[in-house]
Design a protein around this ligand. Structure first.
Ligand code: IFM
Length: 428
């Protein structure tokens, strides 16, 4: 039997402003992409999906996917192009976009920060500067006040661990800093920024639901009985996700972080956003992939049960409503995506956890940071040259699941049964 019902879990799709909007916003990523060699294919966010000018066309596609929910981001650099100066035309644009979504029966979940800083903020030190959290509050105050009649669900910060490690420890994302000290500073300030924003949003909109989208992975030792591999896996999990989750959910800063002045232990989430993609196989403090496992175009292991493993860990540590705020795969072979989708949703259907939402990453192929335009994550395919959008088979499958509230045997046979993963190693 391959059929299942998703019961109380509703479907949506997710995007981020810098990855889809296009145009010349002065963000840290626009500037980074101008430097030769930074982005794999030399592309930049200037083209992306031209969504800024195609909001209406894209809303029709959202409707065709039958989604009840849409997670989208705001481009801070458009809203506040210079410090303390807000652009009402940008805010009005988002009001129109959000209003039309609501009218179409699609509930928005809005991300305030998704790796995207205005260049002026980054040049002032960004989240390495404790005062940066106040600057983030000024922006939050303005947009929440302007949009709260249309939006009541907010993600303050997307994947603080991915952002901080790539920008401040590995130095491969803007601003390109490499130091453990800056990593802990960024973690601390991002957590403080979330907590202050959580409080601020509730003071402006008491009924709001506010959370963080955490990137969570499964870490397993390469050799289960090897003490070094085991210790490394534990350490990775601690540094990458336990410490930051505790700080943001509960305001408790465990080593190597230190409790910042003015931040007190408390309860700072109304739901958990889980961004889940893969499992890491660990030897030292690294991010390897096991042998003979299914992998996607980016070499990421496909490990569907990991979604429930991380969700269970989070629910045990900090109980609360769970939203899968991202889950998806980069594949030029779209059949792979249908199987991926099926297997991850099947895990949700079989679990007893309070998973209320599943937002697929992503709605449409978009600008994937260092991978540029090369990674194909979309349920809808994009021809970047012509900007033509094409619903993929996986998009049709997703739309049918959304309409049915689950997968029937007929859907399984039509979309999944014949699809195999690249390694062909574990087909149900
Ligand atoms: O595209 C990204 C997104 O911006 C954050 N989470 C992971 C996705 C795929 O890499």
């Amino acid at each position: 039997m391959h059929a299942f019902s998703l019961r109380n879990c509703e479907l949506g799709v997710a995007t981020a402003a810098t990855q889809i909007e296009g145009g010349h916003a002065r963000t840290n990523w626009h500037r980074w992409a101008e430097q030769p060699g930074r982005i794999k294919d030399g592309s930049s966010p200037v083209r992306a999906c031209d969504h800024w000018n195609r909001v209406d066309e894209d809303r029709e596609l959202l409707k065709a996917l039958n989604v009840k929910h849409y997670r989208m981001g705001l481009e801070w650099a458009r809203v506040e192009p210079s410090p303390g100066v807000f652009d009402s035309t940008a805010i009005d644009h988002y009001r129109r976009e959000l209003g039309a979504l609501v009218d179409a029966g699609i509930k928005p979940l809005v991300t305030l920060h998704h790796f995207n800083n205005p260049v002026w903020f980054e040049d002032e030190g960004g989240f390495l500067n404790a005062a940066g959290t106040e600057v983030f509050q000024r922006y939050t105050q303005r947009v929440v006040s302007a949009l709260s009649d249309l939006v009541d669900e907010w993600i303050t910060i997307n994947e603080p661990n991915i952002y901080a490690t790539h920008a401040f420890y590995f130095g491969v994302w803007p601003p390109g800093v490499k130091s453990l000290r800056t990593l802990t500073t960024a973690y601390t300030n991002l957590a403080a920024a979330h907590i202050d924003a959580y409080r601020l949003i509730h003071s402006l909109q008491p009924q709001a639901r506010v959370g963080v989208a955490q990137h969570l992975r499964v870490f397993r030792p390469r050799v289960a009985w090897h003490p070094g591999h085991w210790a490394s896996a534990q350490m990775m999990e601690w540094l990458f996700q336990r410490v930051i989750t505790k700080a943001m959910c509960k305001g408790r800063f465990l080593a190597p972080l230190r409790q910042p002045a003015g931040i007190h232990p408390g309860h700072y989430y109304d739901f958990h956003g889980i961004n889940y993609y893969s499992r890491s196989t660990v030897t030292r403090l690294d991010d390897g992939v096991g042998a003979d496992v299914p992998i996607n175009d980016l070499g990421w292991e496909i490990y569907p049960q990991g979604l429930i493993e991380v969700a269970r860990w989070l629910d045990d540590a900090h109980p609360g409503p769970l939203y899968v705020t991202e889950n998806g795969t980069a594949n030029s072979d779209d059949g792979f995506r249908s199987r991926f989708l099926y297997e991850h949703l099947a895990e949700i259907a079989a679990s007893d956890l309070p998973i209320e939402r599943y937002y697929h990453w992503t709605f449409i192929d978009n600008w994937e940071w260092l991978e540029g335009e090369s990674a194909r994550f979309g349920l809808i395919g994009l021809d970047y040259e012509t900007q033509e959008r094409t619903m993929r088979e996986s998009g049709r499958f997703f739309a049918e699941i959304a309409a049915n509230g689950g997968v029937t045997e007929d859907l399984y046979q039509r979309y999944v049964a014949h699809q195999i993963y690249s390694t062909n190693s574990r087909i149900r």
